[in-house]
Design a protein around this ligand. Structure first.
Ligand code: FMN
Length: 384
């Protein structure tokens, strides 16, 4: 199937504008998400092997997830599960609806199997996404895999008001997802990455945990028995932080200092990079001169380095979601061996097609056997 995609479907798709193809695909997947027969057909072709792992109180049927940025309006949640993904991260969602940057804003660097994008958080806003997700649940179409939401800062909100902006989104979306990712690492919102600075990030995380505590208290107050109140208090929604590959190890260590005081549930490593590979190919030079974040193959090694560093610094105690340049089971295994418990793909899905999650999950299962391991968690950080 992936041979067919690479040699027949992809060349046809790549003759067309990246964003138009993306929008058409999303409309198709949104349609499939409303039709049981279509979901069943997708699952028959693309359903992945079970390779379960438990993290932050959630059960992931396999460790291969959809990375943020693909489903910004949460229109295709059931389809991601049917396509074999073990979880999906929706968004980036911002408090205010916003159109994002002017087009064109995605560019393919085909010889390097990479993308450059400067989307700028185009999304319908937190309240609209909350409504979509509430309807999905009400219609009984909720996904059978964990769903996360990537939170970004609205462009119109000044940096000093960032904590309030993130907290507003978290408050309305919290009842509708299993975990959240604070995205302070996108290169496409002016100055956003300054929020990776320890004190700015501390303020954002404090605001989110305040929402978590208030929501847990409210649930507990509505509950009559003391025992279930205690259970609810413990069930704070997991909040993760997504970091840029361009941060120094010292800057990453400063973020790690917030893990305990701000109850960071995990790190997503990494977002796209603002660096560019050297190339003598004039067409690639043209694409790499576009402003934006680079994803795909050229990002793989740096993102793995960041994962390895985070795993070593935390002695494997902090869950890491590894993302950046994963195209096959070898790439995913590299991230897991370096310390990731889960992995995600975006650019790999564009280049390898919808069979990617099934292929990676199957390959990982084989690798576990070859290494004499029974469970995925035994492989996490095994190179360290
Ligand atoms: C077009 C596009 C849009 C993206 N949008 C977001 C986003 O909204 N929030 C986010 O945290 N990451 C976003 N990302 C980054 C991806 O989630 C991922 O971290 C990055 O692309 C590296 O993974 P990959 O090499 O598998 O693509 C986006 C990436 C692309 C290519």
């Amino acid at each position: 199937m992936s041979w067919f995609y690479r040699h027949c479907i992809r060349p046809a798709l790549f003759t067309q504008n990246s964003e138009q193809i993306h929008n058409r695909t999303m409309r198709g997947l949104a349609w499939a998400s409303r039709h049981k027969l279509a979901l069943g057909a997708l699952n028959t072709f693309y359903g992945a092997s079970e390779l379960p792992i438990e993290l932050f109180g959630l059960r992931f049927p396999n460790p291969v997830g959809l990375a943020a940025g693909m489903d910004k309006a949460a229109t295709a949640v059931p389809a991601w599960a049917a396509l074999g993904f073990g979880f999906s991260e929706l968004g980036g969602v911002t408090w205010h609806p916003q159109p994002g940057n002017p087009t064109p804003r995605i560019f393919r660097a085909i010889p390097d199997q990479a993308l450059v994008n400067r989307m700028g958080f185009n999304n319908p806003g937190a309240e609209a996404v909350a409504q979509v997700l509430a309807k999905l649940r009400a219609d009984g179409r909720w996904s059978n895999h964990p769903v996360g939401i990537n939170l970004g800062k609205s462009k119109i909100t000044p940096l000093e008001k960032a904590a309030e902006d993130y907290a507003n989104s978290f408050r309305v979306l919290r009842p509708h997802a299993d975990f959240f990712v604070v995205n302070v690492s996108s290169p496409n919102t002016p100055n956003l990455r300054q929020l990776q600075d320890k004190s700015a990030l501390d303020e954002i995380l404090a605001a989110l945990q305040e929402v978590n505590v208030a929501a847990s208290r409210k649930s507990a107050a509505n509950n009559s028995t003391e025992k279930s109140a205690a259970l609810l208090r413990d069930a704070a929604t997991p909040v993760l932080v997504k970091v840029a590959p361009d941060l120094s190890f010292e800057a990453l260590d400063e973020i790690l200092e917030l893990v305990v005081p701000r109850q960071i549930a995990g790190i997503v490593a990494t977002n796209t990079t603002i660096t560019r590979p050297q190339t003598s190919d004039a067409r690639l030079q043209g694409i790499y001169s576009e402003a934006g974040g680079l994803s795909g193959r050229p990002l793989r090694a740096r993102s793995t380095e960041v994962i390895r560093h985070l795993h070593r610094q935390t002695r494997g105690t902090l869950p890491i979601i590894g993302v950046g340049g994963i195209f096959n089971a070898d790439d995913a295994w590299e991230k897991i061996a370096a310390g990731a418990s889960l992995v995600q793909v975006y650019t790999g899905l564009v280049y390898e097609g919808p069979g990617i999650s099934k292929k990676i999950a199957h390959g990982l299962l084989k690798k576990l056997g070859q290494n004499g391991l029974k469970e995925l968690r035994q492989a996490v950080g095994c190179e360290n």
